[in-house]
Design a protein around this ligand. Structure first.
Ligand code: TMP
Length: 209
């Protein structure tokens, strides 16, 4: 590979993202290609501590801007400690959620709008994914898959919040057609996997050229 490769996976809660992440890991394992797998919020010891605060059900009074800034703070740490160094070493980084989650959840869901992109500009600089898989599933369908007792603070939000988040994702897809690979996540696990594998083959070919 001539350069590193940054892949992110996005989607509403309950969209089957975790299952496909396992498939993506398997894709690279089958090819004997090492990847750096990481996640947000989290991915570093400091980021994981921030994650605990953000997702804690007891933090009911958390202000939306505080929430957006905590996600961005965890992301700044993640980019500088893990993602950028790995890409500089020409590694493949696969990240479970990245800045699009903040645009969708805080920008659209919490209605913070453009300020989210500005905050995150400080956090990530020019470090953006090369490819983003977006699992597209009606949030009212996705949310039924999540056990209510297991829900974190964000997942506990009302349906209207999740509908706005999904709309946000669709807008992000429209604005970034060259980066975002929209995946119809209402299909079978295997059909989705085959779609993702096909795209990954193309991407690997393009970075090897
Ligand atoms: P997860 O369930 O995929 O681990 O993500 C945790 C929750 O955090 C999920 O409901 C999405 C939310 N989230 C945001 O609201 N903004 C962000 O920037 C990120 C990374 C996640």
């Amino acid at each position: 590979m001539k350069k590193g490769l940054f892949i992110s996976i996005e989607g509403p809660d309950g969209s089957g993202k975790s299952t496909q992440i396992e498939n993506i890991k398997q894709f690279f394992k089958d090819k004997d290609i090492d990847i750096v797998f990481t996640r947000e919020p989290g991915g570093t010891p400091i980021g994981e501590r921030i994650r605990e605060i953000i997702l804690d059900k007891n933090c009911k009074e958390m202000d939306s801007m505080t929430e957006a800034m905590l996600y961005a703070a965890a992301r700044a740490q993640h980019v500088n400690q893990v993602i950028r160094p790995a890409l500089e070493q020409k590694k493949i980084v696969v990240c479970d959620r990245f800045v699009d989650s903040s645009i969708a959840y805080q920008g659209y869901g919490r209605r913070l709008g453009e300020s989210v992109a500005i905050i995150n500009g400080f956090a990530i600089g020019d470090c953006m994914p090369d490819v983003t898989f977006l699992m597209k599933l009606d949030p009212t369908v996705g949310r039924k898959r999540i056990d209510e007792k297991q829900q974190d603070r964000l997942e506990m939000e009302k349906d209207a919040f999740h509908v706005s988040v999904f709309k946000g994702y669709l807008d992000i897809e429209k604005k970034n057609p060259q980066r975002i690979v929209g995946i119809d996540a209402s299909r079978s696990i295997n059909e989705i996997k085959l779609d993702i594998y096909k795209k990954l083959e193309e991407v690997l070919k393009s970075v090897a050229e």
